[in-house]
Every structure is written in C-alpha cells, then in structure tokens.
Design a protein. Structure first.
Lengths: 397, 392
C-alpha cells in the first residue's frame, strides 16, 4: 500500500492518494469505504457494483467475524483469499473487526483474552490469535489490529484498561502479521483526552503502515468529538493514512476530515436504505440556500426523501433529477414507492445504489473543497444549510 | 392479433419458433420468469436482459391490489412502470383468487371474494379481468377461466370447462386493445380427454392468437399430466403458440417441448433459490446442506453464468437463507439455468439435434438410467428414442 498527502486545507484537513496492489487506479482521499456483508455489498450484487463511480467505489470494508460460521480459514486460503472468494479482484478490501452495522463491540464481555462482539450469530469473543488466522487466510489489502473499544460512558479504569489491552493486542497482531497487507494500528481511549493522547503516542512508535481510530460513534457527543479526534491525530505522524470507524453522518464525516482523517466507513447508507430513504441533499457547492422551500410532508427534508410516502405514488421522476446512478437513470420514485409497499428486495437494491452513489459524490465535494483550500468554509456552509431548513420550518409555522 | 408465430424447425411434434410480440421477438420454446408484483425478486431489468429473459409474467391479482391497474395505466403501462423493454404477459387473476382466498366463490357472473384489503365483498368478472389487463398493457393477456384442480373429480370439472368457454366470449367482447395485446384462451377439462377435446375445439373456433393448457401443475400424477398435454398439443393449431401454465421443473419442460408445447412459466426457480436450492444438470443442489460448507467447486461447472464463474459452493452456502445476497445470486443462477435450457431447446431443434439433446439431458439427470416411466411413455408418443438413457 502506498499513501501520500497531496493538499492541505484549514491546517489539518488533507487530500491524499492511496494505492492498493489489487486496484488498477489510485484512490483519492478522504474516501468512503463501502460496507459489505461477507465481502459483498448488502444489496448491490457484484455485477451492478461496476455501475458505481470508479475508482471511488473500489474500497470495501468487511469484518472477519462475518465468517465466524464458515467458510473456515483453511477453505478461504485454498480458494485464494477474500478477493478470489467474492470475485472482486480489482477491488481493495479493508478488514476491521468492528463493522458499525452488525458486528458491534460488546465491551462488557470483552476480557483480557479477547474482544467481544454482538453478531448475527450471537456474541463472539475473538482472540488475537484467531483474528490473525482469519486475516492471514483472507489476505485483505489493509487490516486493523484487534481493539478493545469502550463506549463514551465507560469509567476511567475501564477506559485505561482498554488502551493497555489494545496496545498489547496490537503487538500480538503485528507479531503474527502475514506478508502483504498493510497493518493499521488501532487507537482507542474513549472520551478521555489524556487516554486518547496516550494511546496515539504508543501506537505512533509501532511499526505500522497506518492508523485505525476506534471507539468513536459509541456515545460521544458532537460537541466533545473534535477535541477527542484532535487528541489522536495531533499525536500521529502526518505521512501515514488514518482510518476511522463509526462516523457515519455527513456532519460527523466532516468532523473527521477536519481532524485529519483519510478513510471512513459508514453505516449511514445502510440505515437510509433499509428505512426506505434516498439521499437528495445538494452536492453542487455553489447552490444558494432557498428560504422559500416548501417542506413536503411525511419525513422529507432537503437532505433525503422517504420513498414510502404516499406523495410519491405517481411521481414518475427519478430520485434526483441529474443523478447518473443506475437507479435514477432507469427508475422512478413511483416504482420504488410501489416496491417498498409490496416489500420487494429490489427496492433496497435500487436505494443502496443511489445512496452509495450520492454519498460518494459528497466525498468528492469534500476533496474538491480541500484542494481549493476552502474546506473550513465548506464544512460551515454544509452544516449551516442542513440546519437552515429546520429553522425555516419553525419560522413558517 | 398482435403477434406472428413462425416455426423455424421441427422434430416430430417438437417445434422451435420465432414469436414476434409488440415489444419483443422471442424464440420458443421459452421459459417466462414470474415477476409477481412488477419485479423478479431481487433482480434488476438489466440483469434479466443480460441473462436472456424474453418475457416476464406479471400477476394481475397482485398488481390490481397494489399499485392498482389504474395507476399503472396513468403512468404509461407496466412496461414503462417497471422499465422493462421486452415482452410481458399477465394472467387473468383467477388462479390467485381461488388459491389465495379461502372464501372465494365461483358463479356464472365471475369470482366473488372478500377483498384482502378491507374485507368488502368483491367480484372479478371476465370483463373486469380484461379491463384490468388492458390497463396494465402486457403483450399477452389471459382469458379468465374457471380453473379447477385436477385432483378434484365429478361434475364440477365439466361445469368449469363449459363456463370457461362462455367466459372466453365475454373476454373477447371486453377486450379493447386487440391490436396491441394478444388474448390467449385457456383449455380446461381436468384429466378427462372428452372434456379437454370439447374445450380445445371450442377455443379453436374462436380463432384466438394463442392457447394455453391450464388446470395442470397442481398435484396430479405425472402420467395424467403428460397425457393431457399430449392430447391438447395434438389438437391445437400448428401455427399458434401453446403455453403450458405453471410448468415447471426442467424435466417437465423438456417433455412438454418434445410433445409440441412452446411456452412455460413457474415460480419454482426463483422460489427454490430463496430456500437455498440451485438448479443443476443433475437435478438440484441444496446449498444449505452442511456438506457445502467447505466445497470449493462452483455450483455448476458447465454453467456460464456470473455466479458459477465467480463463486464457490462454500461461499454461497454461507450466504443462503441468511443474507439477501444469497437469494439474489441463486435466483440469478437458477433463472440463467432455465433460460439457457430454453435456448438449448430452441437451438437443438433448429439445428436438427433435438433427440441428442434430450438424451444428453436425461443421461445427466438420471446417470443410473432410472428414467421415470412417465418420461419414457411420453417420449415414445413424441417419437424420441431414449433407449440409450434407460437401463431397463
């Protein structure tokens, strides 16, 4: 894996380029890792994946725990690794034990031997040895070391233990590191600035190719998050990439970018999709805020629409007028509304395609803003415009 | 009449043809996937085109409930609504009425039932069925028939057959778009050859664009099944398509094609996919089975579909019944299998190697030579020598 920072904006936000062996093109950062279940998107089948913008959509994230009920590491090895097993040879895979959708850290059951996760197969305790066995068989392009993540309300003692444990497991994982595959050292520390700093400093001196920032999206508030993020990134070398888990919403992603994070996973697309929502927030950075906007009923705002709403029953227009995703090029809101009403899987497939496409567009806007040196304004304006419609609504009542 | 049917090749009773419909020129024999609610479960229209799907079947009953035929009409018809550029067929709604609704009752007027939406009494008449199908806009529409299961005996079967003929006249009269939509009549009559014969002759007299053989695929024994198909295909006109409704299993399709049928539909390939079962030349492969956990072979090494080219049984096993993707990938493969079977039937007849194809098919499915007796009897009538596949 190769990574380089190409541009900075507002001090810490950076635009960079990451190159992974299996991907034919380099991928620009900040970038989004697409969520998968067992290596494939949750709804978008592999032959439809290529309709998403490339190379933006070529980075996928999975958890080795997805395979806790098979196939075995031995079988996966004999197939040739994850890329081979899921037929996505020109994609990049990032392995992280936690995925914010279905492998959620269960710190109450984590102990000194391993990290515990709530998964669809029940609660699983995974030890560094087992974790590394899976990583070795799957051969992801990059992988995070096993971490002990605690929620924001964990007490100081538990939090401190999580840092000590995470660093210890980091060393154990590195010791068993397979050849090939970039190791990202995991950094935790909960909502304690000092512990965050301590952990970052410990990991910064380890022999890793990048950093995975864990423990976010577990209860910390929007207000306290920036200082916690900075406590980590201020203590990391600038030349290595930083990946984070748990910052899903656009505003949260912007906080991460502002603190100098490069790679993001997100459960946002999944939750939107299963809720029947489609993203519509403007991607055009020059758009003026429209105070005369009429809010349509039933859960629609300027950021997304709820396609279950009856107002879309006969709407023969695409979700977003000039969106060039497969869904908007081929189908109407009326059709998707019908599919949702009759509980057809095609609804989720079409929504995941559109939402992914749209969110990748958001990341592109972020990169453009950084390259133009105006990231701070971009962040301010974005956050402000998303709150404006609520203010306008209050005023109009 | 809004179709052209041109036979391109024959072997005894079997025929390969081009069926030109308003939206697409199809090659028969063909299999129609069932897209009950305006979609094939889990597949996009692009994927369906990719695997060679020619016609999709839509269910009038389901679509009339949601989103309603009026809405579909207002938005330009079902083709436009679901963005399917090829052909569509809608059934009459009668079968779902009878099979899905416990309190359905059939009278001369039509099918009376309780609306599943609000419990109100409702009536589906032949006229109403045709009006709904006119609004949906499919290339082929089906007459409302009085369908009776073949497992029933007694005077009800005769009553249903004659009523079907009376209803077809009402359907013809109600049909507002005969130059864009082809109305097919459905042969009923249970397992009684006399009744079936009367029904065939009655329908042929009405000079419809095509004919379906109904009332089968409902639990009757296989020997009765093929005999009814054989009788009907022998009596139906040569120059019009013949559609065996609700069929089915690959073996049944091969036999019916040998006997001279052209079109088929069934939920089986997609439904069985959602239960983790794949269609293969040997029969079926149950991907849920523990034996698949570490099996690194593809589902079917002879299959050229995206799923068999890229995935192992082990990987599909870990997906099936747990993740939506498992259903999608297996549905994709199973439909590909059925459509490839259709293509093979068509090309083997056109290229003069139909008997070889049938023998090869049977040998793969019955490697020990234990071809069922009903298949042997049917192939005998079809004039196809399968002695090389049979051990006895």
């Amino acid at each position: 894996m190769k990574f380089a920072v190409k541009a900075l904006s507002s001090g810490k936000a950076r635009a960079g380029v990451v190159h992974l062996g299996s991907c034919p093109s380099s991928i620009e950062t900040p970038c989004l890792l697409l969520s998968t279940r067992k290596g494939l998107p949750i709804f978008i089948s592999p032959d439809l994946l290529s309709s998403l913008p490339s190379p933006d959509s070529n980075l996928l994230q999975f958890s080795p725990l997805h395979f806790s009920e098979g196939p075995s590491p031995k079988t996966i090895s004999s197939i040739g690794g994850l890329h081979q097993m899921v037929g996505l040879h020109e994609y990049g895979f990032a392995a992280v034990a936690r995925d914010s959708i279905q492998c959620l850290p269960e710190c109450g059951s984590t102990n000194k031997t391993g990290a515990s996760f709530e998964t669809p197969c029940g609660r699983r305790l995974i030890k560094p040895v087992e974790y590394m066995e899976m990583i070795t068989s799957m051969k992801p392009n990059l992988w995070a070391t096993l971490a002990d993540e605690v929620p924001a309300w964990a007490n100081n003692k538990r939090n401190k233990t999580s840092v000590d444990r995470t660093v210890k497991w980091l060393d154990e994982c590195i010791a068993r590191s397979p050849a090939g595959g970039a190791v990202f050292g995991s950094i935790v520390g909960g909502s304690n600035i000092e512990e965050r700093k301590r952990c970052a400093q410990e990991v910064a001196v380890r022999n890793v190719s990048g950093y995975w920032i864990g423990g976010f999206g577990l209860g910390e508030s929007m207000e306290e998050r920036p200082s916690l993020l900075n406590a980590v990134t201020d203590n990391l070398p600038k030349d290595w990439p930083r990946m984070i888990c748990g910052l899903g919403l656009p505003e949260e992603v912007l906080q991460g970018v502002a603190a100098g994070v490069d790679l993001f996973d997100s459960a946002y697309i999944y939750h939107l999709t299963i809720g029947g929502f489609a993203l519509t927030f403007p991607l055009d950075r020059t758009e003026k805020i429209d105070y005369n906007y009429q809010l349509s009923d039933q859960g629609s705002d300027r950021t997304k629409i709820n396609l279950r709403a009856t107002v879309y029953r006969k709407d023969a227009t695409p979700i977003v007028e000039d969106c060039c995703c497969y869904t908007c090029q081929n189908h109407t809101k009326a059709y998707i509304n019908h599919l949702l009403n009759v509980h057809e899987m095609l609804a989720q497939i079409l929504l995941e395609i559109h939402n992914t496409h749209h969110y990748l567009g958001f990341f592109r806007s972020i990169r453009e803003a950084i390259k133009e040196g105006c990231f701070e304004q971009f962040q301010k304006k974005f956050v402000q415009s998303r709150r404006e419609h609520l203010a306008a609504d209050v005023v109009s009542v | 009449m809004a179709l052209r049917f041109e036979v391109l090749g024959r072997f005894n009773r079997a025929r390969a043809a081009q069926l030109t419909l308003p939206h697409f020129a199809c090659q028969t024999p063909l299999f129609m996937p069932v897209g009950t609610q305006g979609t094939i479960k889990g597949l996009t229209t692009d994927q369906l085109e990719e695997i060679g799907c020619q016609i999709i079947l839509g269910n009038t009953y389901h679509l009339a409930l949601r989103p309603t035929s009026e809405l579909i009409d207002e938005l330009g018809g079902l083709h436009k609504f679901m963005n399917w550029p090829r052909a569509l067929l809608t059934d009459s709604g009668g079968f779902q009425m009878v099979s899905l609704l416990h309190l359905a009752d059939i009278t001369e007027k039509g099918v009376t039932f309780q609306s599943p939406v609000d419990g109100k009494p409702m009536l589906l008449t032949p006229e109403e069925s045709i009006q709904i199908q006119n609004r949906i806009g499919a290339d082929i529409i089906m007459a409302l028939d009085d369908v009776v299961r073949t497992t029933i005996t007694g005077p009800r079967i005769e009553e249903a057959m004659y009523r079907t003929l009376r209803w077809v006249d009402r359907c013809i009269a109600a049909h507002k778009r005969p130059h864009e939509q082809n109305l097919f009549g459905i042969v009923q009559g249970g397992l009684d050859p006399v009744l079936r014969d009367i029904c065939v002759r009655g329908l042929v007299d009405r000079n419809l664009p095509g004919y379906a053989i109904g009332g089968l695929a409902g639990g009757e024994d296989k020997d009765s099944f093929w005999r009814v198909v054989a009788q009907c295909t022998a009596a139906l006109p040569e120059d019009k398509p013949r559609y065996v409704m609700g069929v089915g299993y690959p073996l049944d399709i091969v036999v019916c094609s040998a006997l001279g049928a052209d079109m088929y539909d069934c939920v089986y390939p997609t439904r069985t996919a959602r239960f983790g079962t794949a269609l293969v030349p040997e029969g079926v492969l149950k991907l849920k089975h523990n034996a698949m956990v570490n099996d690194t072979r593809p589902i079917d090494p002879t299959c050229a579909c995206m799923v068999c080219k890229n995935y192992t049984r082990a990987y599909i096993h870990c997906l099936v019944t747990k993740d939506a993707m498992g259903s999608q990938l297996l549905s994709y493969h199973n439909l590909y299998y059925m459509l490839q079977l259709s293509r093979n039937l068509h090309s083997s007849i056109v290229e003069g190697r139909f008997p070889e194809f049938v023998c090869d098919f049977l040998q793969k499915m019955f490697p020990k030579g234990d071809v069922p007796e009903w298949v042997c009897n049917a192939m005998d009538v079809a004039g196809i020598d399968i002695s090389s596949c049979c051990s006895s």
